[in-house]
Design a protein around this ligand. Sequence first.
Ligand SMILES: Nc1ncnc2c1ncn2[C@@H]1O[C@H](COP(=O)(O)OP(=O)(O)OP(=O)(O)O)[C@@H](O)[C@H]1O
Ligand SMILES: [Mg+2]
Length: 372
Amino acid sequence: MKRDSYLSELEILKSIAETLNESTELKSMLEDCLRKLLQLTSLEAGWIFLINGEGEYELAAAESLPPALSNPKHQALTQGDCWCVSRFRNGTLTKASNIMECKRLENARLGNWGDTYGLVYHATVPLKAGEEPFGLLNVAVANKETFEAHELSLLESIAYQIGTALKRIHLTMKEQDIKIAEERNRLARDLHDSVNQLLYSINVTSSAGIRLAKEMPIKEVLSDIQRMSQHAQAEMKALIWQLRPAGLAEGLACSLKKYGEMLGLEVNLSVEGISMLTSLQEETLWRIAQEAFHNTLKHSGEHKVNIVLHYKKDTVVMIVSDDGIGFQYAEETCLPSIGLKSMGERIKSMNGRMALHSKRGKGTSLKVELPI
Ligand SMILES: Nc1ncnc2c1ncn2[C@@H]1O[C@H](COP(=O)(O)OP(=O)(O)OP(=O)(O)O)[C@@H](O)[C@H]1O
Ligand SMILES: [Mg+2]
């Protein structure tokens, strides 16, 4: 697989390690690494699939693909299943292997999607960090049927390096999330201690002014100031709550009840089981319930909201419902608003499910289920 005789396998590994080390962004890291790999070796084409815990794959990088695989819009690599992805999913792909006939290349040939540049076979290597699997590295050379054992072994070493780099990026992303949460908490605390207290002082001072003032127009001006400061205080409180799901320290159920009551809702809460949620899962449910509360307040015509939290062994179920005016909801409706849409996106990102039931005059019920 060596292009230049002086370029030892060690040098290839060193160069790949340097490329991986330079990046902090996942996609560009994989693209750079794949490009480097093809430059340093006689490999002619390569692509990387990232595969999540649900077995869903995503084409994360591709380099020097023949038209058959890259046209139209990488169709051959983004649709359907193949041997390597199936073997990865069922856990039988543990080492670098030869894929004797690539189903995707075969499909591309049958579908006449373009020239394959003589590619029929490829090697596939699982990307792992320790036992944690991330996806697959696939590489190919025109008319090459099988990769030798030493070639597969080099690819395996490279795949380990990529797997470790993927793990590093995942950890960095997690760390960033924690930093963002900390910063939001700090901002919430500062707003609470500074602006909120000042607004409170304006409220108290104008109230004293109203009592002391003798002339009606001055009383009225001071009343206006008081009303506005109360309004600003209420807005500030809501903003602080939005910033700080750290209220979650008191537990999701308790925080939700308090938040709803702060909005002026009567919250009927029922909890079953014991919470074993991660902070990310808690925050997801918190944000969804927040939006559902606001929707009840804005649209339902009701001031009562029911919330059920059911912690089961593998899942948590949250139901937020009201007996308000309801609306005609169809899943395929494309809503111009962002509230329900971003709820859906949050749930999807946590591999959860959401069901919204509503009918005019029959209230609204939102059911969310997240795997634990
Ligand atoms: N609890 C509810 N009762 C009645 N109608 C509702 C309820 N929840 C949502 N709706 C209807 O669904 C629509 C979409 O809700 P969504 O939260 O996506 O948007 P929104 O609240 O109008 O705006 P925003 O983007 O600020 O959230 C609302 O405009 C409203 O007509
Ligand atoms: Mg809304």
